[in-house]
Design a protein. Structure first.
Lengths: 255, 227
């Protein structure tokens, strides 16, 4: 049967409105739950830099929240390493800083969250400092959390995430055996130069003797280069803060 | 309108059993004889992509079942109203909305799964099985039959990808649903014995091999030949 144009247009409009309402309604209802899930996921990633994946997957959501509360304190710094409490009259906290959005600004204008993993109940007894990093992979953004020991040179742990790297190739940066390779590596050379840790081309070599190199990802050279660039640039950005907090540096007065 | 009335009358007269022989065939046919993956070779991309582990595969299978049943139902209900000239885009809109629904629900209640499946849930939209059944069946049949048809096809898809995932996870990672199986078996043979896993199974190549073997076994049993 041949319908008139008017019928087709009316039908299309009604269908669009009905489906549109259905989708926006669901989105509205589910948004608070999704937001919670996202926050929990961010906390898991942050904790992932200082804990093993097995430990985290064995914890219930409430346990993760409680653990995060008692062991992580956070602050926001600028590129000079000074603590920032508000920007443009709006109060900022590390949890609300969107690292991805800041990535689009010039490095001097960005806000840099810092998460401090400390002894339970004592926010001054830092065990390690966790720095968010952000960059580009092959297809889309990649990001991660880098934990440094209190000497601000030795890597305690690292987690990576990605938006759209190739499964089985670049996406392997999320696997814990790749992330394990960074453990105990050092970001400073012996002469005190910031050299970061560089993922090499090719895979299967043993770099355990070299504190600045880790084994590469076969078939994902561009993702690996993205990771290298991301680490190097963000370590530079956090450098001022790291210098201040380094073991042995004169401790700042608490403000 | 007259056809619709006639159809309704026929339905009343027949009062077919809820699961008559014909309706059972709607479900059982796509399982083996007319399987969407092994016989029609549709929906291959997702069959390759998500099947490295059992758990995401199961979620994927459930999502496809939901989308197929619901889209078949809605299109069948609307079948006399849908203007023929825009029917494909209408089908697409319905399927896309359902897939978005699934994605939103996963994001809220199974965030890890949402991250893992990410783009593949969205790709259900382009899964040829879904649109194929809408076009071939739901547009011309009554709602209840369409539900059964969608359910059957989705089930045919599901058991194949679950089978592929079973072999890929067991062989590639030595586990099932994340529970280590190979370690358990190895420990039975003493501390020095370690069953090796095959890295090939984790890559998409592994899925091709398993799927190929499955199709081979199935066709040698059913005697199906492509014309």
């Amino acid at each position: 049967m041949q319908q008139s144009n008017a019928y087709i247009i009316t039908f299309s409009i009604i269908l669009t409105v009905v489906l549109g309402l259905l989708l926006s309604g669901t989105s509205e209802v589910l948004k608070p739950i999704q937001k919670k899930a996202e926050e929990l996921d961010t906390k898991k990633q942050i904790l992932g830099a200082v804990m093993s994946a097995d430990e985290i997957s064995g914890m219930k959501p409430e346990e993760i929240n409680a653990f995060y509360e008692s062991r992580i304190s956070s602050r926001v710094v600028n590129i000079e390493g000074e603590e920032v409490e508000e920007q443009d009259g709006v109060q900022v906290t590390a949890e609300t800083v969107d690292v991805g959005k800041n990535y689009k600004k010039a490095p001097e204008d960005r806000l840099y969250p810092v998460f401090v993993f400390h002894e339970e109940g004592d926010a001054d007894a830092a065990i390690s400092y966790i720095f968010p990093v952000y960059g580009n992979g092959l297809w889309d953004n990649i990001w991660g959390y880098l934990a440094l020991q209190t000497d601000m040179a030795t890597i305690e742990g690292i987690t990576f995430s990605h938006a759209g790297e190739t499964p089985g190739l670049g996406a392997r940066i999320t696997s814990s055996d790749v992330q394990q390779r960074y453990k105990e590596k050092s970001i400073y050379s012996e002469d005190g130069e910031l050299v970061s840790v560089v993922m090499q081309k090719g895979e299967g070599k043993d770099y355990s003797g070299d504190p600045h190199k880790v084994d590469g990802l076969s078939g994902a050279t561009i993702t690996a280069e993205g990771v290298n660039k991301m680490l190097k640039s963000y370590l530079e950005h956090y450098r001022a803060y790291m210098e201040k907090k380094k073991d042995g540096a004169p401790s700042m007065a608490l403000n | 309108m007259s056809t619709e009335v006639a159809e309704k009358e026929a339905a009343v007269k027949e009062s077919e059993a809820l699961l008559s022989k014909r309706r059972k065939k709607l479900i059982t046919d796509p399982l083996v004889d007319d399987n969407p993956i092994t016989i029609q070779v549709l929906g291959i991309c997702s069959a390759l992509a998500v099947t490295t582990q059992m758990q995401p595969t199961l979620v994927m299978a459930l999502s496809v079942i939901f989308v197929m049943v619901m889209s078949n139902l809605s299109i069948s209900l609307l079948r006399n109203k849908i203007p023929t000239r825009v029917r494909i885009i209408v089908q697409l809109a319905v399927v896309a909305s359902l897939v978005t629904l699934v994605n939103e629900v996963l994001k809220a209640f199974a965030y890890d799964m949402y991250k893992e499946l990410s783009v593949f849930v969205g790709l259900i939209i382009t899964n040829c099985i879904v649109m194929g059944r809408l076009e071939a069946y739901a547009l011309g049949n009554k709602p209840y039959d369409s539900i059964l048809d969608g359910f059957g096809s989705a089930l045919g898809y599901s058991w194949i990808i679950l089978t592929v995932a079973f072999f890929r996870e067991l062989w590639g990672s030595g586990s099932l649903f994340g529970i280590p199986i190979f370690d358990g078996i190895s420990s039975l043979f003493g501390p020095d014995f370690q069953l090796a896993t095959n890295g090939l199974m984790v890559s998409p190549v592994g899925a091709f091999i398993i799927l190929g073997l499955l199709i081979w076994v199935q066709r040698s049993k059913t005697g199906y030949v492509e014309h």
